[in-house]
Design a protein around this ligand. Sequence first.
Ligand code: ATP
Ligand code: LTN
Length: 346
Amino acid sequence: MSAPTTDRRADAAAQPIRKQRERVFSGIKPTGTPTLGNYIGAIRHWAAEQDIYDNIFCVVDLHAITVSIEPRELRQNTRELAALLVACGIDPARSALFIQSHMPEHAELAWILDCVTPTGWLNRMTQFKAKAGEDREAASAGLYTYPVLMAADILIYQTDAVPVGEDQKQHVELTRDIASSFNHRFGETFVEPRPIIRAVGARIMALDDPTKKMSKSEAEGSYISLLDPPAAIRKKIARATTDSERTIVFDENRPGIFNLLTIYQALGGGETPEQIEAEFAGKGYKEFKAALAQRVVATLEPIQRRYAELTADPATLDALLAEGAARVRPLAQRTVHTVKERVGLL
Ligand code: ATP
Ligand code: LTN
């Protein structure tokens, strides 16, 4: 830990668990089975870099209820997602994994941050505009203040970096602004976190419409879920939108084939775009799509196998989620205590 970073941190908040490494925090919503977009843009990096960082990962169920969701579905999605994260390689021995609502401190901090965040900042958030749709008046107040709860998730752990897909960049920047303005007004309290967004695969597009982001809350044919069986994967890829040209090249002006090639590259062993283009030179879309489907199936097969083992033993999953929350609780409590002192609530 370098000296300047330590100096910026509130002393009190740094006490319970001293960081040897930079801390990462990231969250994912239990709004459906995670997609290949979630995996490529976020989850695989969380899993691959667990030895580099001090890791905290969270299933953000309080964010999931900002849009309408059936209680039974939410309950089931939350457990499924936690098990899938472990199946994707999130190792409870190296990472704290927990459910957001099990830590009421997040919502408590979010309220305080709501009261210091100008509505003008929230009015600029593009995700709100996209999720609220045409009838903005009908969107919940929670959907509007969603980014402030996300800021609380991040700031409560004195997080240094937030590994996310491209769509979350604006929210992490807002988090920095909230931290900076709070620090300015009340004294150094929060670390200002930076986003970590990868060059390849930070925005995987929908299979049926490559101008839209692949999203688990969209239509079934638009995404590949991490639990899709091989036959469904092959079918969805075979039907994926391409174009009427023939060459298989990384051309951003041809969003369909570019997206499929990006997935192929992200799930490969580090080949360059040129190497991939050479592999498919003179070949047709059908052959490329079959190779892509094979790569996706091979990636998901071990994840699905581990997932089946984990769900056969719900008590172990419950125990590891309780342990994850217990590990981070002192950090969250310390930050909330400091914040309450700073604003005059204590
Ligand atoms: P929803 O459809 O409910 O809005 P989502 O799948 O878009 O959900 P989350 O589940 O909250 O969003 O996302 C978890 C992580 O996955 C975030 O870091 C997000 O940026 C990343 N992510 C989501 N979709 C994609 C995508 N299509 N490409 C790359 N990364 C993505
Ligand atoms: N807003 C994110 C999910 C999310 C998150 C977070 C991500 C909630 N809290 C904290 C990173 C850090 C989304 O919509 N994908």
